[in-house]
Design a protein around this ligand. Structure first.
Ligand SMILES: Cc1ncc(COP(=O)(O)O)c(C=O)c1O
Length: 410
């Protein structure tokens, strides 16, 4: 009989836009004993998680909980629950994940209009506001931090425009939550989807979401209770909207599960919930502002180092995402070979990109637990060595000094 070796994943320095390294405290939390999903000890952990998510999303929304599944499950849950077939949906696209929103909205039966911005840039908010006035959509869906291009879309004027036009605004903050400010209430965002495996530094497998009463009204107008768990005498209200297509990702049912009703839906992912709760505790112990400052400081040191080497950063710097830095691969250098050597010899992982940017840029993440001085310095030293090994024309010896200057406040 074939035998298999014991699991022993190598320790890595993960400098990608996710998944990133996980705080040992979260790893410990993942190994705790299982509790039943209706055990009061466990439901208290669920409530703590909701409370901490409200702080991280900067919202007073009642609804803030994780959807079980990766971030894409969070996006699908929100979009399937909010979009009825035939609804008009507007999606500004400036990278791969705007296309993902479109793909999901089309599958929900939406009549989708897209706006396109050149990859490496974002939209002037006024352009989106004018499109909202022109198209009169029922829903607008937009990415906040586009990891494929490393750009961040300002949102503060889009939310109020949606309110005025009676549209719901859904935001993919998968890559920004916990690393840069996501001001759900101040920016008038109706539903926001976060990710665990990026700036929250929890493994992939849950998608924290929040939504307000405007979104809740739409969801409840479509609410169906599963036949097998209807209480005796239950009668379906008249005049409901189209049923939510997904059962697993049905926010109306998830709301019953995440409220004191605790109406059974799926079996909650016990260990992931422990991990997320611990990850959120770490975020709040550090403090949101300190955390955002830490991400900015390490970004500055990384950029200083890369530029001192003579590398060119990709994309419009005025909308650069703090937590993702994109580097143009120098002419004649094999980007994949550089990534392989970094991983094999230094244990460092950086990312390539997708679609039109495949083979053109590297993407370096500085997210969550991976966003540290040690990691930035380790990466810069290794990157310089590997690039020299690949014959790249870079300035040797300057990168680490430039980064150290940033850390020393020079
Ligand atoms: C901006 C953005 N949205 C959505 C996703 C999809 O997340 P997941 O792979 O966790 O489903 C990602 C993942 O990289 C992302 O970066």
């Amino acid at each position: 009989m074939r035998t298999y070796t014991e699991l022993s994943p190598s320790p890595r320095t993960i400098m990608t836009p996710g998944p990133v390294e996980v705080d040992p405290r979260v790893l410990r939390a993942l190994s705790y004993p299982i509790l039943g999903q209706f055990d009061p000890e466990f439901t208290a952990y669920m409530n703590d998680t909701m409370e901490m998510l409200r702080s991280v999303f900067q919202t007073n929304n009642r609804w803030a909980f994780p959807v079980d599944g990766t971030s894409r499950a969070g996006l699908e849950a929100v979009l399937t629950s909010l979009i009825e077939p035939g609804d008009k949906v507007l999606i500004p696209i400036f990278g791969r994940f705007g296309h993902l929103l479109t793909e999901i909205a089309v599958r929900c039966g939406a009549e989708v209009t897209t706006l396109q911005a050149e990859w490496g840039t974002v939209f002037d908010q006024e352009e989106i506001v004018s499109a909202i006035k022109r198209e009169k959509p029922d829903l607008v869906a937009v990415v906040h931090g586009e990891t494929s291009t490393g750009r961040v879309q300002p949102l503060d004027r889009i939310g109020p425009a949606c309110r005025e036009a009676g549209a719901l605004l859904v935001v993919d903050a998968v890559a920004t939550i916990g690393g840069v400010p996501v001001k759900t209430d101040e920016w008038c965002l109706d539903a926001v989807v976060g990710g665990t495996q990026k700036c929250l530094s929890v493994p992939s497998g849950m998608a924290p979401i929040t939504f307000n009463e405007r979104a809740e009204r739409k969801i409840l107008s479509r609410k169906r209770v599963e036949r097998g768990i209807r209480p005796p005498g239950y009668e379906e209200p008249e005049g409901l909207g189209a049923p939510i297509q997904s059962n697993y990702l049905d926010l109306a049912q998830l709301m019953d599960y995440w409220s004191p009703t605790r109406l059974n839906h799926h079996t909650e992912m016990t260990s992931m919930l422990y991990g997320l709760r611990e990850g959120l505790r770490i975020v709040l112990q550090e403090g949101l502002d300190n955390r955002f400052d830490r991400h900015r400081l390490n970004e500055s040191a990384l950029i200083a180092g890369l530029e001192a080497m003579g590398l060119a950063l990709y994309g419009d710097p005025s909308c650069k995402m703090t937590v993702v830095t994109c580097v143009t691969i120098p002419e004649g250098v094999d980007g994949e070979s550089v990534r392989t050597m970094l991983l094999d010899l230094f244990g460092i992982e950086i990312a390539s990109s997708f679609g039109p940017l495949k083979g053109k840029i590297w993407r370096i993440g500085t997210m969550g637990y991976s966003c540290s001085r040690k990691n930035v310095l380790h990466l810069l030293g290794a990157f310089e060595a590997v690039l020299l090994r690949h014959g790249a024309e870079i300035k040797a010896g300057a990168a680490l000094q430039a980064a150290l200057d940033v850390y020393e406040g020079k």
